[in-house]
Design a protein around this ligand. Structure first.
Ligand SMILES: [Cu+2]
Length: 306
């Protein structure tokens, strides 16, 4: 039986409440005695000091009780943690890629999305990797939080128990737009998920379908730094980029170039080679992350974005 928004929710919440409860009880107890002694042994009362010898009963008590408390905390923490590390064999695998400043979700059939779509009641295993710095994958409602570290793969799993959209956060400060690193986890009935997964898009949606280039820009996280409305963000805006004259830094030398296909392509693969002046040098190379076909689609889209 699952209660809460995921199979882990109850376990994590009860450990949290248990430890929180002990902390509050200790805080109240210690504060009470502190104030009590401050008043009772106030200097103005002129109580003559006496030498107190050891008290075996007290010493044993304050050793045994905290030891038991800490061991109980450990027991609950450990049994809960063990559940989180043992992934059911039938779990659906989703590759999660973190980069400054967005999440990418990739399914076993190659589908990519910036929304984590999930069927309700099915275990899902997330394989987490980072393209740049340390991030942390965090869905508070599911009680899931796992660091995403460049150069290694981490994982997490859970079974979503209730329908709905949920917030996905990055819980590790990862730079300027860390707080914008938001995504949605959409838990849906299995049929609806299968429909989405097999890409049976209803006809009325096909008509409104976004150009592939724009879809890529969103899915690959380009719009974390580049706007499409003309306002500069951490990088130059995409609006009217094609044919624009830009001052770029080549090494330390500033020169003027005109943005053409070749320049856009190079900026994706070697962003630091001719970097637009006035922007921070933070763009990660997309080498190996974008296929030639995807690059072509993005260029096609940017050409049209007047
Ligand atoms: Cu982050």
């Amino acid at each position: 039986m699952i209660s809460g928004y995921s199979n882990l929710a109850d376990t994590v919440s009860s450990v949290f409440l248990f430890i929180g409860g002990i902390c509050v009880a200790l805080l109240v107890l210690i504060t009470f005695f502190m104030l009590y002694f401050v008043i009772k042994y106030n200097r103005k009362k002129n109580i003559p000091p006496v030498n107190i010898e050891g008290n075996t009963f007290l010493e044993i008590t304050w050793t045994i009780i905290p030891t038991i408390l800490v061991l109980v905390m450990f027991y609950y923490g450990w049994t809960g943690y063990k559940v989180m590390r043992v992934v059911p064999e039938d779990a659906m695998v989703v590759k999660v890629t973190a980069r400054m400043w967005s999440w990418l979700f990739e399914y076993e059939n190659g589908t990519q999305s910036d929304v984590l779509n999930l069927p309700v009641g099915k275990p899902v295993k997330l394989l987490l990797s980072s393209q740049d710095v340390i991030h942390s994958f965090y869905i508070p409602a599911f009680r899931i939080k796992q660091d995403v570290v460049p150069g290694m793969e981490t994982y997490a799993w859970f079974t979503p128990a209730e329908l709905g959209p949920y917030d996905v956060f990055c819980a590790e400060y990862c730079g300027l737009r860390h707080s914008y690193m938001l995504a949605k986890a959409e838990v849906m009935p299995e049929e609806k998920f299968n429909e989405w997964y097999s890409k049976e898009i209803p006809t009325e949606k096909i008509a409104k379908k976004e150009p592939l280039g724009l879809e890529l820009i969103k899915a690959k996280g380009c719009d974390g730094c580049h706007t499409r409305d003309g306002s500069p963000l951490l990088g130059p805006t995409f609006k009217g980029v094609f044919g624009r004259k830009e001052k770029v830094l080549t090494g330390t030398k500033e020169r003027e170039i005109m943005v053409d296909e070749e320049y856009i392509r190079k900026s994706m693969l070697e962003p630091m080679a001719d970097q637009v002046a006035g922007f921070p040098p933070i763009m990660p190379s997309q080498k190996g992350l974008l296929t030639e076909a995807e690059i072509a689609e993005i260029i096609k889209y940017l050409k049209e974005l007047k």
